[in-house]
Ligand binder design. Structure first.
Ligand SMILES: NC(=O)C1=CN([C@@H]2O[C@H](COP(=O)(O)OP(=O)(O)OC[C@H]3O[C@@H](n4cnc5c(N)ncnc54)[C@H](OP(=O)(O)O)[C@@H]3O)[C@@H](O)[C@H]2O)C=CC1
Ligand SMILES: CC(C)(CO)C(=O)C(=O)O
Length: 305
């Protein structure tokens, strides 16, 4: 039996990540409202959220809205829009957020929480590192391919939130070095995302192609130099983590590749683009990251065949 006190939860940006974590909390008995796009909201209202995971396939009943005002009264807001939408999403929530609510950023990239804090002065915002593989298979239909752990920043509510998430089946830890952990994830994204997108190729094949692992090594070394110049301590064995991605996800296209294939803007400005911008500010050259960033921007804007 779940003895954790109920948290009122809102999910701002109910897509693949927000629906997974919001759905897990709803299954554990917390009142959850998903805030997302109309087709998805209609499907969830009509039939609940279908959570097709590795261990269960269920329709989870929860509330859904297209309006950011639905964050009103929430104790916890799971903030899961893509990085280019952070500022706009924050501005839409701002007039409605309860004092004392925790906004937990479930996003890739290293500066989303920082950017959100500038939009939400006086509110508590915490970053999280998200280790999950999920996708929206259609409106109201979430597909989970694996994992789900979170590492979250300390805040007044983090212990309570960690307890609720853990009881809901989401392994969660609080870390004093979330910045370093976000950088560790950023490095994986910088190594794989742009190349998989430009080549429209899955990771297992990508690393077999001539020159790819050498280029990845250059990209990673530049990221490490920028992080060091910025005073960031990156936990773990970075080179091994990079190798492990192709070994454990050989059939995966990067999220950047998926965005391009769907004709959507990608998060590349917040991945290799961020490293280029930070490197420039700190006097660290980043030619390999710059090349990947520019190539993905060109591919994003290329006329569709
Ligand atoms: N999917 C995954 O497995 C993982 C994703 N991540 C990261 O998590 C973050 C979220 O990714 P993901 O869930 O995949 O992205 P999705 O695109 O699936 O979800 C975001 C959703 O939010 C919607 N949205 C954006 N702005 C608003 C708004 N103002 N009001 C209501 N809805 C809005 C988007 O709609 P629209 O598309 O119409 O703008 C979209 O449906 C990203 O930073 C990603 O890199 C991290 C680890 C794994
Ligand atoms: C870790 C990686 C590269 C796995 O696909 C990812 O986070 C992404 O695709 O954005």
């Amino acid at each position: 039996m779940n003895t954790t006190p109920a948290l009122k939860v809102a999910v701002m940006g109910a897509g693949a990540v927000g629906c997974y974590y919001g759905g897990m909390l709803a299954r554990a008995g917390h009142p959850v409202t998903l805030i997302g796009r109309p087709a998805h909201v209609q499907a969830v209202r009509a039939q609940g959220l279908r959570m097709q995971t590795q261990s269960f396939d269920e329709r989870v009943p929860l509330t859904a809205s297209t309006e950011a005002s639905a964050v009103a009264g929430a104790d916890l807001v799971l903030f899961s829009v893509k990085s280019p939408d952070t500022q706009a999403g924050g501005e839409q929530m701002r007039p409605h957020l309860a004092p004392g609510a925790l906004v937990l950023c479930l996003q890739n990239g290293v500066d989303n929480a920082e950017r959100l804090r500038t939009v939400l002065p006086g509110h508590e915002v915490a970053a999280a590192v998200v280790y999950v593989a999920t996708e929206m298979a259609g409106p109201g239909h979430l597909r989970h391919h694996g994992r789900g752990e979170l590492v979250i920043e300390p805040s007044a509510r983090s212990a309570q939130v960690m307890q609720a998430l853990t009881a809901a089946g989401v392994p969660t830890e609080i870390s004093d070095n979330v910045r370093g952990a976000l950088w560790a994830k950023l490095i994986l994204n910088c190594a794989y995302n742009g190349l998989s997108a430009v080549g429209r190729i899955v990771y297992g094949e990508l690393v077999q192609r001539p020159g790819v692992t050498d280029l990845m090594r250059d990209v990673v070394a530049e990221c490490q130099a920028v992080a060091a110049a910025d005073g960031v301590s990156i936990p773990g064995d970075v080179a091994a983590a990079v190798r492990r991605i192709a070994e454990t996800m050989p059939t995966q296209y990067s999220s950047t590749a998926q965005d391009l294939m769907r004709g959507k803007p990608s998060e590349i400005d917040h991945l290799n683009g961020y490293v280029v911008q930070k490197g420039q500010a700190l006097g660290v050259p980043t030619p390999a990251n710059r090349a990947l960033w520019v190539m993905v921007k060109l591919a994003e804007n290329a006329p569709r065949a």
